[in-house]
Write a new protein. Sequence first.
Length: 136
Amino acid sequence: MCDMTGIPASVSSLYERWYWHFLEKRDRPCALPWHDSYLHSTAECRLVARSIQQFQLGEWARGRGLARRASLHPVLSDDLWFLPSLQLFIAEEQHHSGILGRFLDRENIPRLSNHGSIVRFADCESWPALRSARPC
């Protein structure tokens, strides 16, 4: 569930709410236990490594194709808050990629440079889902 407590009460757009949400999250420090000395066992790493590698790589996407298609969308591009909120969303996903990358490095799990599922997901950016994007 999204916590949108820092959003101004008088937002004029659905995407303005998202803009303020992502902006607030961007400026909030991330308190993860990197100082914890626990390392996962070989068996644990084997169970999760491939999924985390793929997710880390996918989260790093620059979103240029998504942003380009979104800017051409006849309804979404009319909302002045949509593209700035989309850019903040992409930046948040890249931040997640950094966190996952740090985890992979810490656990001595190599990062992927390419994966077929990322290409397939990129193809999905043109899905009609852009029409139904809604905040929490």
